[in-house]
Design a binder for this molecule. Structure first.
Ligand SMILES: C[S@@+](CC[C@H](N)C(=O)[O-])C[C@H]1O[C@@H](n2cnc3c(N)ncnc32)[C@H](O)[C@@H]1O
Length: 568
């Protein structure tokens, strides 16, 4: 079996897998922090994610200094018998350290960072002083191990003249890095930490035109992303914003399976969130306004939705159409506390003449966050869509025929689409290429994440620890600063973004075929190939040949991008 790591304690994630995920998702009832993040006006998804992770008081990385773990000493892989011994050893380490996870640079120290140092030594122009920037250096292990390697293996002048600048957004991790580097006194004078957001251009001051290296390990996965949505296969993409809404109590009643509230004068907006167990909803012949939202398509067992004769705007998801007649009646006042009957499984309030109180108590309760769709307007989102070529319409005869067929298909079988866009990465790369125009880049990250439950292309894992166990959230909106939100990296897209930001893509489009354009050489290697090329894989091998770095980290890759400086 290939074990694909996710950012979780290894043994716990194996246990979760063995016992399946049924019933193990945490669904916080009151997303108070989420609603705090959003003020009275809607915000973009990336701003929500940024606050949930990096808010100085409530963000995940600020609240959990142990979110990036540090091992006291290196693991002696050569002394372990094999996989079982390694997993036992790791289990003990997680028990001893109250931390969320160990990243590869930590688990495989110093060998992982030494591989990176060797890659730099073999590629860098050593006639100029070596300058390394690390973005998001965590506990400082990578920086220390790279400086150790340069001190011991590079020509003396390389170490003597080198500078290492760490740009770290978390104040607690910035302090930790200083501590780690302080262990070797000669490193201290060559190392400095700048505690700031690397994606914020103003923090970089003037443009640094020296050749330099930028290292980013497991940083791209935590950068804010945006979400775009399209109603079906041919509808235009819309950007997703988040706004505060009031919860429907129909969401809080966990056992309810059927709701019939027809012919009742019910007014207000069509509810946006629903109890997941619903199989039947009849809200026909009322005065409900607003839109029937896609949240209905997330109800796995819904068979009937009857909302005719209301003031609802837009169209219904076609697969939810059904019909049923409500003829029950109920008299007397409706209790405000009807929602507090936890065992209620069928609510039928049809054919009544309610006035005033019922609509409020039934359809509007707690504050929660919900999605709002707007036409594409945000520059970062639009730029990402352009880089991905999602805005292109092929006008050739063949593709016009395909488009027509698609339009018909989308009417018959509409399929809403959701795509996550690495706008945080785009912003960071734009700033890096501006501030460090001669940078070479080494980044490593997850190319794929297992067990993702959130919908959409490139969707994130939202994961927290609850009583020592790792728990996945089923909605990114439930992250309240207590959960890590991390995304898989699409390395093909990363390369396009890198080339776009370095100007290469634009110049290639503009340049005539005879003109020479400035090139960047980029290469994507899986972790095993990178380590076999630049590292010492024998150091992370156990006695029976099992090598966790090469055998387990199959879902992580290295991205290397180097300017060729060969054009005039
Ligand atoms: C998952 S940790 C990885 C730490 C370390 N590179 C490692 O591999 O162990 C992500 C790191 O990136 C930092 N970070 C995230 N966004 C950042 C930004 N915009 N600017 C600077 N640091 C950032 C976090 O504070 C954290 O130190």
């Amino acid at each position: 079996m290939i074990f694909l790591p996710r950012r979780l304690p290894l043994l716990l994630s194996l246990n979760l897998r063995a016992s399946s995920f049924e019933g193990s998702f945490l669904c916080p009832s009151a997303a108070s922090f989420s609603t705090d993040i959003i003020g009275d006006t809607p915000i973009l998804v990336r701003d929500f994610i940024h606050s949930a992770l990096y808010h100085p008081n409530h963000g995940y990385f600020s609240k959990r200094p142990g979110s990036v773990g540090m091992l006291d000493k290196s693991i002696k892989f050569n002394q372990l018998q094999g996989r079982n011994a390694y997993l036992r050893h790791l289990g003990n380490l997680y028990k001893q350290n109250d931390i969320a996870w160990f990243t590869p640079v930590e688990l495989f120290k110093p060998w992982y960072a030494h591989g990176i140092a060797e890659a730099i030594l073999r590629t860098a122009d050593l006639s100029v002083p070596l300058k390394i920037y690390e973005i998001g250096g965590g506990s400082g292990t990578c920086a220390k191990c790279i400086m150790d390697y340069m001190m011991l293996n590079a020509p003396a002048k390389v170490y003597n003249n080198m500078t290492y600048v760490s740009v770290e957004i978390s104040p607690s991790l910035a302090r930790k890095q200083l501590e780690t580097l302080g262990e070797v006194s000669s490193h201290s004078s060559r190392f400095r930490v700048e505690c700031r957001d690397a994606a914020n251009r103003s923090g970089w001051g003037d443009v640094d035109r020296q050749q330099c290296w930028v290292i980013m390990l497991e940083v791209l996965d935590n950068l804010p992303h945006d979400l775009i949505y399209s109603e079906n296969q041919v509808s235009p993409w819309m950007e997703v914003w988040l706004e505060k809404q009031r919860d429907s109590i129909l969401y809080d009643m966990e056992n309810i399976t059927r709701v019939t509230i027809s012919n009742t004068n019910l007014a207000g907006f069509f509810p946006r969130r629903w109890s997941l167990g619903l199989t039947y909803i009849d809200l026909s012949c009322n005065n409900l306004g607003g839109r029937v939202t896609v949240s209905l398509t997330h109800l796995p067992d819904l068979k009937f939705l009857i909302v005719s004769y209301n003031l609802i705007e837009g169209t219904l998801p076609r697969e939810l159409w059904g019909s049923a007649l409500a003829k029950n009646s109920i008299s007397g006042p409706i209790l405000e506390s009807v929602y507090a009957i936890p065992s209620l499984i069928h609510l039928d309030l049809s054919h009544n003449l309610f006035n005033g109180s019922v609509p409020k108590s039934l359809l509007e309760m707690n504050l929660h966050v919900s999605e709002l769709y707007k036409p594409l307007h945000d520059p970062l989102i639009s730029c990402c869509v352009k880089i991905l070529d999602m805005d292109k319409e092929d006008s050739s005869l063949g593709s016009r025929a395909i488009s027509a067929a698609k339009r018909i298909w989308s009417k018959v079988f509409p399929h809403p689409r959701r795509v996550w866009l690495p706008t945080g990465c785009l912003q960071l790369m734009e700033v890096l290429h501006w501030a460090l125009p001669k940078m070479s880049l080494i980044a490593s990250d997850f190319s794929y994440l297992p067990d993702v439950r959130i919908s959409g292309e490139r969707a994130p894992l939202v994961s927290t620890k609850n009583d020592g166990r790792s728990v996945d959230y089923k909605s990114y909106l439930d992250a309240k600063g207590d959960a890590d939100i991390f995304f898989p990296t699409d390395f093909w897209l990363l390369e396009r973004i890198d080339h776009h930001c370095s100007g290469l893509l634009n110049r290639q489009l503009e340049a005539s075929s005879s003109k020479k354009v400035k090139q960047r050489r980029t290469i994507v290697l899986d972790t095993a190939s990178f380590m076999e090329e630049f590292g010492l894989p024998s150091k992370t091998r156990t006695k029976d040949g099992y090598n966790p770095l090469l055998d387990d980290f199959k879902n992580t890759k290295f991205y290397i991008s180097v300017p060729t400086h060969n054009t005039k």
